[in-house]
Design a binder for this molecule. Sequence first.
Ligand code: SF4
Ligand code: SF4
Length: 206
Amino acid sequence: MSKKLVNVIINGKKIEAPASHSAIQAYWYAGYSRVEGIGCLEGVCGSCRIMVRRANSKEVRTQLACQTFIEEGMQIIFLVFPTPTHHSYQLTDIKNSWDVQGQFHQIFPETSSCRACGGCTESCPKGIEVQRGVELAAKGKFREAGELFIECVMCNLCMTTCPEHIAPNHVGLFCRRLIAYFHIRPSNLISRLEELRQGDMPVIMS
Ligand code: SF4
Ligand code: SF4
């Protein structure tokens, strides 16, 4: 681990910490406690959202604290916000795949208002083509859209950014669920479950 110390500001506090530290490690290294908005520490859960401004730059980026290594002069603020969603649906209400597009526009009517501003894509710490995913879903291309969101960690940054109150991550989740819901399960799994159902394969309870 690097011994070089760098100076950063995190949540308004001047901190000196090793350059090899992530933003959250640096904050803890300096003795500050933080338990809110912290999760897996491996870039998977999407909890530790931060705004980052680098030295000599006016640009502010949204990133994940566990995956952002500190640099000299960096300014960092942890973001904490509620994660509301106004979408409610049951996939079992979609009787067949012919109904999907109509149901999608009833559940997510705001997607047709996407103004292609790119804010969601810019905000994504996972580098997902978020805007494209929304556009694909709005056109009924759910498989392609769902595959774009495979790496989504549901950090909600794209939703927070959107001026049209679209929740791109929930659009993506809907598409991923849909792919699984209408997918034919593996034949060996189906056969095994059928064997169980017919009693051909005893279940041993220990
Ligand atoms: S798509 Fe949205 S919720 Fe998913 S990782 Fe990117 S910004 Fe976060
Ligand atoms: S931020 Fe909202 S309006 Fe802008 S491209 Fe993304 S989904 Fe569309």
